[in-house]
Unconditional design. Structure first.
Length: 588
């Protein structure tokens, strides 16, 4: 639109926002009245009062001046480019370099139409400059972040093994119809975005990264202390490129989008090797990627570091001191069973002991231990590997998981023929391991002779030491925990701080129920005692359940009662199921 003299007609941002339907005329009038009092810009007033989002303001401003707009976020900016102009010049010019593709530097500017600013950027960088609009506060935020070293992407990128990660010039990205800016975003920044996600997850101690398709774009979340938290929300149109980049890293087929795939890659970050397991799954909105982060720094193999209370730890060590037999570690997926087995192997390993493991997959490589990877596609099952291991003169055998009757039977036979066998099993509590083996067809006389002990476990979040404070749990919480009401005893919980992402928790520890098979308990197992009968016998002899062990940890201030109740809600099984349990035993 032009004036009568042929010059471009000035379009005010408020009017543009009304035309776009972002705000009403009444909201604009109210903002103009406020502007007369405060002197603030219209956009600042509208964002500050929550009338519009920063993204809406950027779109309105961009339409006014005829350039593209962007809301800055991690992954859209290559922090290494900031050194081209320096922090002081970035602040003065109100500009931050975003990414460079084939000699063209895309720069976010508060005033992208300023010719002196563009000339200065060309002079500083020696590159062709492509300006895009961003809010001044948004630019200032990321200049401070990257100049202050909050995201040291350079160190991460330079430490990536060249043989494991292809550089962007060699990879192809599957793109649909896109604008020029979208194509540039789908180039170098995709690599940067994925690397920032990996680096942030490694630094924060995350166990998994979820890259999920969303109706509005992509959602990237990561799991810390067992809880998923939002990591970043890349803009719409980038999901296919992000998935392709992760598949390239994981040595997967980027052309195959209809079937699940798995990949694995080893990177070096912050001076240490980290294994990544990648899994892709097609969904209605696109492919979902989950990256499992296997960081040896997070592996604690010393039993004293896992969370065992002194009594449970002494019992578990006594079980492991037996020359042969079966030791089971039970619990749901993600409860730390494999870590507990590794800690047991760490206690048992020495140059004089031959230890072999069968795992799916091998998560961490340990010294003095021979680890075998299960591969069902070629017939290398748990049972087949276990049979072959018995011809390798083992002293200690670790079975990643007893999944079927065949594996269970071979494990029991190995335990009966002079080997120490450690294995995981999915049950609710320690006495339930007996019923689970019976359901798999293991006869009670074999089970009673082979089983030395069982450990049931859960992972509970620990109270953040940086924001811990005293509190008094609700009466119902005390009742559920089996504690007396009315004593007014204070407990500890985190109030929430930056260190713990305002969750009040930082890190996790294990809650362990340890069942040692004594001669009397062995006799009861041999005669087919029901699970509720075993529990009753153990309780009479001072055995603590999972919940009771967790409550003691809460009393010690290591976690909260609410957290204990959350993770241990499945261990209290109703005795009303006892008759059916007895009938099943009789049928067996």
């Amino acid at each position: 639109m032009t004036s009568s003299r042929g010059r471009p007609k000035r379009v005010f941002v408020g009017e543009a926002l009304v035309e776009q339907g972002e705000i009403t005329r009444e909201q604009l009038d109210a903002a103009l009245s406020e502007q007369k009092k405060s002197g603030q810009r219209i956009g600042e007033i509208l964002v500050g009062t929550g009338v519009i989002s920063p993204g809406s303001l950027v779109r309105g401003l961009a339409r006014c001046i005829g350039v593209r707009g962007v809301v800055l976020r991690h992954g859209l900016i290559d922090p290494g480019l900031l050194k081209l102009i320096g922090e002081d010049e970035a602040e003065r010019l109100r500009a931050i370099p975003m990414f460079k593709v084939r000699g063209v530097l895309t720069v976010a500017l508060a005033e992208p139409q300023s010719l002196p600013t563009l000339d200065r950027l060309r002079q500083l960088t020696g590159l062709e400059v492509r300006p895009v609009l961003a809010l001044e506060a948004n630019i200032h935020e990321y200049v401070k972040k990257y100049a202050g070293g909050n995201v040291d992407v350079d160190a991460f990128l330079t430490s990536l093994s060249e043989q494991d990660v292809e550089v962007v010039e060699r990879e192809t990205v599957d793109e649909g119809p896109a604008t020029d800016l979208d194509r540039m975003v789908a180039g170098s920044p995709i690599v940067n975005l994925v690397n920032v996600a990996l680096m942030t997850s490694v630094k924060d101690g995350a166990s998994d990264i979820h890259i999920e398709p969303d109706k509005r774009g992509t959602l990237i979340r990561y799991r810390i202390d067992g809880v998923l938290r939002e990591l970043m929300k890349p803009p719409a149109g980038m999901h296919a490129a992000i998935v392709s980049r992760v598949k390239v890293i994981g040595k997967m087929d980027i052309a195959e989008k209809r079937l699940p795939q798995e990949g694995r890659v080893r990177i070096v970050a912050e001076g240490r090797e980290i294994d990544l397991r990648v899994s892709s799954m097609p969904t209605l909105l696109g492919e979902k990627i989950v990256i499992r982060i296997l960081d040896k720094r997070n592996l604690r193999v010393k039993m004293e570091d896992l969370g065992f209370r002194s009594g449970a730890l002494a019992t578990f060590k006594r079980v492991l001191e037996q020359p042969h037999g079966l030791v089971l570690v039970t619990g749901p997926t993600g409860s730390g069973k494999t870590t507990t087995l590794y800690s047991a192997l760490d206690l048992l390993r020495s140059p004089e002991v031959n230890i072999l493991t069968v795992e799916d997959p091998v998560e961490y490589q340990l010294d003095l231990i021979n680890q075998i990877q299960v591969n069902d596609q070629i017939g290398m099952t748990f049972a087949r590997a276990l049979r072959s291991i018995l011809r390798q003169d083992p002293d200690v055998i670790m079975v990643g998981e007893i999944r079927d009757q065949e594996t269970a039977r071979v494990a029991v036979q190995a335990a009966l023929t002079g080997h120490m066998v450690l294995a995981t099993l999915h049950t609710n509590d320690a006495p339930g391991a007996v019923a689970r083996l019976s359901d798999m067809g293991i006869e009670t006389y074999l089970m009673s002779a082979a089983l030395n002990g069982a450990v049931a476990q859960r992972l509970a979040r620990t109270v953040c030491g940086g924001c811990a404070a005293r509190y008094f749990p609700a009466e119902q919480v005390l009742r559920d925990a089996g504690l007396p009401v009315g004593e007014g005893k204070p407990f500890r919980r985190g109030a929430g701080c930056q260190q713990c992402h305002n969750s009040g928790f930082l890190g996790r520890l294990g809650i362990y129920e340890v069942m040692e098979v004594t001669p009397e308990l062995r006799r009861r197992i041999h005669h087919g005692a029901a699970t509720h009968e075993l529990r009753a016998y153990l309780k009479r002899h001072g055995h603590l359940t999972l919940r009771e062990e967790g409550v003691l940890l809460a009393i010690d201030g290591k976690t909260t009662l609410e957290e204990v109740l959350r993770v241990s809600h499945t261990d209290d099984l109703d005795d009303e199921a006892a008759p059916a349990d007895t009938d099943r035993r009789a049928a067996a």
